[in-house]
Design a protein around this ligand. Sequence first.
Ligand SMILES: [Zn+2]
Length: 249
Amino acid sequence: MCETCKTDAPELIRRRQLLGFASVLTAGAVFGVAPLRAMADECAPFLADAQAATTPDQAIALLADGNARFAAGASLKCDLLAEMTATAEKQTPFACVLACIDSRSAPELVFDQQVGDVFVARVAGNLPTTEILGSFEYATKVAGAKAIVVLGHTHCGAVKGAVDRADVGANLTVLLDEIEPAVLATPLEGERSSKNHHFVEAVAETNVRFAVAALTEKSPVLKAMADAGAIKVVGALYDIETGKVTFLG
Ligand SMILES: [Zn+2]
């Protein structure tokens, strides 16, 4: 049992979750989106009632709140085994994150989320591949997640490779070619080189915006849900030097 967890009994956690979110529903009407989970036990597993009561905006707010904790060095210390037990029968995460494989940008850490909170897909350059589109169609349409965040990051090796036109092997080259449209669409000031820091970060942002657009352009399922307000699809950039995530407008 961890210091900040108030129980090590899954049954009690489930009960607290129900009681906690009943009060949060009332509080949410008064205070808006931010207090959704803050007023409940932040270590409580995210169960079906919580998911059903969460709006797409609130799902984004939960991630933003988690990143604020992470960047402040105040990440939660929850009982992961208790959460594992509580979510073993069924998972009901509130959001999906598409991130790069970069070892410094793990979404569960960056957004300070726990077992059962988020679906995560990772591929170098956070590209929305067909498999990832299908994964997120499942995560939202079938499993009920309310938001999708495409998380790019600063100092991205995949973006740098695309900028430099790195050619180290057939499959990697194919992957980097997928980032090429973002390279070409980004205004270039100075040389096209990974040493051009400003350009690399600008391409990373363009790449995220392209991925956000592709999620609904290439998936009629996600587009229909987004148009109906059932989900929200947004981009964000993680600064590996500050720990802070900036959501793109
Ligand atoms: Zn990267």
